[in-house]
Design a protein around this ligand. Structure first.
Ligand code: BTN
Length: 260
């Protein structure tokens, strides 16, 4: 059995200097919440990683199951010099960094489900939760990118079994969490330094789980069917509704349509 302990010094060995502070803790409630509480004191490029979260948060008020020893629960504090509308692009950028790292280290090609889920064999193996703070001028003050990845295989709770999985459910390769974390952080930084570039969006589109598919869109307690026709240069989803109307979504919840 491989011992896969999270160690800050191992993560930092080969990590870009941008990440001047990398903290590892055994357990916390939520790494995103921890960084949020400290936001006024933190600098661009601070990272907090936990081996276990007792109440990990997902998008839309959901929880993120975060058992000890098998996953990566990491939050990155950024102070991007961008407007509020760039958050969607930064989320997509982060999804690309995670997708690429898994592809390189495991030699499997995960897909990206707009906007921030990483999928292997129709199972979600990672999710990203971006939370922002605004300053007094209503400009973006900071962004916390929370990444949760199910790495080593474990028994999923019953309610997640059909929709979620772990990377190692789909490959025999083993990667140490410290190595995967370092790779993701380095990939993210190289994309972040070119924040106004858009080549990452080509990777995002090439590996999309939803492009060209029929989906169900959930909005304000109702849902409708549509087909995904594009992901635009602002990482928004361009869809065609059943009445042929074209709609551009910058947030929301979608699922792949299952025909009965
Ligand atoms: C989602 O799938 O809806 C997003 C999941 C994000 C989970 C990560 S784990 C690290 C960080 N801390 C949290 O409480 N959530 C994010």
């Amino acid at each position: 059995m491989i011992i896969d302990k999270l160690v800050s010094e191992d993560i930092k060995n080969g990590l870009d200097d941008f990440y001047h502070q990398v903290f590892v803790v055994e357990e916390t409630i939520s790494t995103n919440d921890d960084l949020k509480k400290l936001a006024s004191k933190l600098q661009d490029g601070t990272v907090l990683i936990a081996d276990h979260q007792s109440s990990g948060k997902g998008r839309n008020g959901r929880s993120f199951y975060s058992p000890s020893g098998d996953g990566i629960y990491m939050s990155i504090f950024l102070k991007p010099n961008t407007d509020y509308f760039a958050i969607l692009k930064l989320t997509a950028m982060c999804a690309v960094a995670v997708q690429r790292s898994i592809e390189i280290q495991y030699e499997i090609t995960p897909k990206i489900k707009w906007v921030n889920d990483i999928i292997i064999n129709d199972h979600k193996i990672a999710g990203i939760l971006c939370e922002s703070g605004m300053n007094q001028d209503n400009k973006l003050d900071y962004l916390i990118i929370g990444i949760g990845i199910n790495v080593h295989s474990y028994d999923m709770p019953n309610d997640l079994k059909d929709i979620a999985g772990c990377i190692e459910d789909f490959t025999n390769r083993k990667v140490l969490r410290n190595d995967l974390i370092r790779n993701i952080l380095n990939n993210l930084y190289s994309l972040y330094t070119n924040i106004n570039g858009s080549s990452y969006l080509d990777t995002y589109r090439d590996n999309s789980y939803v492009l060209g598919k029929e989906i169900e869109v959930f909005e304000n307690n109702r849902s409708y069917y549509a087909k995904v026709i594009d992901i635009d240069d602002d990482a928004r989803l361009v869809i065609k509704k059943e009445d042929n109307g074209i709609v551009t979504l910058s947030s929301g919840e979608i699922t792949i349509r299952k025909r009965k």
